[in-house]
Design a protein around this ligand. Structure first.
Ligand code: DSN
Length: 432
């Protein structure tokens, strides 16, 4: 970054300090990951200079021949990765992708049914502070407080609620849910009430692409994702059509035209509906990441992400911590600290002093506010990218426990920070 150092030393210094923070800390935020230098090169390339509104071959600007190639590569790799017929790789983010789904298929005031934000759902699935809750009538399902389905979704209750509220759109997907979804059961409910079924697989896309979790494609009409969580690409969003794109338009389009109809609705919802020019450097970086995810090493990586999360959850349980739902099927877990005399906010701050980064998170039925919370969310994608093994994660749990037992003790935080630094130096991230 010599040009940046010369040209803008203040920003160069911010980047250098952030690199140091990433190198010298344990990154346990479940939605973060570390991209390859190749992905970063594409994201920092001359493609940032190019306007390319429209789609490959149908642009509103000249000079798009090379960015067309890049976008076509991103599209074909994404289709191969998820085994689907159509994708749009232009959404700037997961929220933009989700906004396009609402625009394509709903009218303001239509009813949605999604997972409650305070039970692990996402803002864009109907939260009252988000466009989705402001423009549409949002209804929610949740997880169970106790019993055999504690912390899990009870599909009988989802069905009862869908029958009661008759949603036009049912969303699946979460930011803090550690269990897999039963897509066939959701689809049966959607068909019964005449709803459109949408999976937001932002968190689990990498684990779905590598077939380690259930596949939403055969059951959902539309799927959205971010590209930077378990999928380990640059920050961004994407839309995909499931394998069954017939039902919602069954009476209005000839069978052969339904894929075209659905894809055209979504394409035009992305542009010109909710976005202007696509970010071609980011689309190229998505293509690089999708290419990486098609390689066998990515499958090995995703298996380790899940094995490491299971090891981490088991280690916390053996120390007496409560994990919501008792464990995890995926890359994350929610640690409920409500019986341990520490809030999520205090835990986040104490761990941060020891260079361990987590985020405070509400647990289902939390009595604390979202800015305080009773829990923390932990994920393994980033540190698994750094080569951490199950044994490393068990060591990390021991370190976290020492901090969480005496959260205001500066001596313990300093000792643990020393151990974190030693562990990080054993496995450098970008430094050689
Ligand atoms: N903010 C993301 C997360 O942390 O899960 C979801 O959009």
């Amino acid at each position: 970054m010599s040009a940046l150092h010369q040209h803008d030393p203040e920003i160069a210094a911010c980047i250098a300090r952030e690199l140091e923070r990433q190198e010298d800390g344990l990154e346990l935020i479940a939605s973060e990951n570390f991209v390859s230098p190749a992905v970063m090169e594409a994201a920092g390339s001359v493609l940032t200079n190019k306007y390319a509104e429209g789609l490959p071959g149908k642009r509103y600007y000249g000079g798009c021949v090379h960015v067309d190639d890049a976008e076509n590569l991103a599209r074909s790799r994404a289709r191969a990765l998820f085994g689907c017929d159509w994708v749009n790789v232009q959404p700037h983010s997961g929220a933009s992708a989700n906004l396009a789904i609402y625009l394509a298929f709903l009218k303001p005031g239509d009813t949605l049914l999604g997972l409650n934000l305070s039970h692990g759902g996402h803002l864009t699935h109907g939260s009252p502070v988000n466009f989705s809750g402001l423009l549409y009538k949002a209804e929610f399902y949740g997880v169970e407080a106790d019993g055999p389905l504690e912390g899990r979704i009870d599909m009988d209750k989802v069905r009862d609620q869908a029958r009661a509220v008759k949603p036009k759109l049912i969303s699946i997907g979460a930011s803090a849910y550690s269990r897999d979804f039963d897509y066939a059961a959701f689809r049966a409910i959607a068909d019964e009430v005449g709803a459109f079924l949408w999976m937001d697989m932002a968190h689990t896309a990498g684990l779905i692409a590598t077939k380690l979790l259930n596949d939403p494609m055969p059951h959902c009409h539309v799927v959205s994702t971010t590209t930077h969580k378990t999928l380990r690409g640059t920050r961004g969003g994407m839309l995909l059509l499931g394998k069954d794109y017939e039902n919602p338009f069954g009476k209005t389009a000839p069978k052969s035209g339904r894929l075209k109809m659905m894809s055209e609705l979504l394409d035009s919802a992305v542009f010109p509906g909710v976005q202007g020019g696509p970010l071609m450097h980011i689309i190229a970086a998505k293509a690089v990441a999708f290419g990486e995810a098609l390689r066998p090493e990515f499958s090995t990586y995703c298996k380790s992400v899940i094995a490491n999360a299971s090891a981490m959850a088991a280690a916390f349980s053996s120390l007496g911590y409560r994990i919501v739902s008792g464990g995890t099927d995926n890359h994350l877990m929610l640690l409920d600290l409500s019986s341990r005399n520490i809030t999520g906010k205090a835990a986040e701050e104490a761990l941060s002093r020891a260079h361990i980064t987590v985020n405070k998170n509400m647990v289902p039925f939390d009595r604390n506010s979202p800015l305080v919370t009773s829990g923390i969310r932990l994920g393994t994608p980033a540190m698994t990218s750094r080569g951490f093994t199950q044994e490393d994660f068990r060591r990390v749990v021991g370190m976290m426990d020492r901090v969480l037992c005496v959260p205001t003790d500066e001596t313990v935080a300093a000792q643990v920070k020393g151990e974190v630094l030693a562990l990080c130096r054993e496995r450098p991230l970008y430094r050689s």
